[in-house]
Design a protein around this ligand. Structure first.
Ligand code: ZN
Length: 75
């Protein structure tokens, strides 16, 4: 068991990456490292799915654009 210096969690040693070259473990746990990487790296652009585009257009034509206020006819 080892305490992470960032989240102060006591975690087993397999949750800590070893530094390149030397065998000693890093002070920050792998979940903290991946959370920091996810905050730093932007999400990749989604590929356009033609079926999803058709479905979205169909639904928008059927139900109309989404409104914040409820429809009076539905209330
Ligand atoms: Zn941590």
């Amino acid at each position: 068991m080892k305490t992470c210096t960032k989240c102060h969690c006591r975690l087993p040693l397999r949750k800590f990456q070893s530094r390149r070259g030397s065998g000693d473990l890093q002070a920050v746990c792998t979940p903290c490292l991946s959370a920091a990487r996810r905050l730093r790296d932007p999400l990749p652009a989604l590929p356009r799915n033609p079926l999803q585009v058709r479905l979205n257009n169909h639904v928008n034509l059927w139900f109309g654009p989404v409104r914040r206020e409820p429809f009076r006819s539905h209330a």
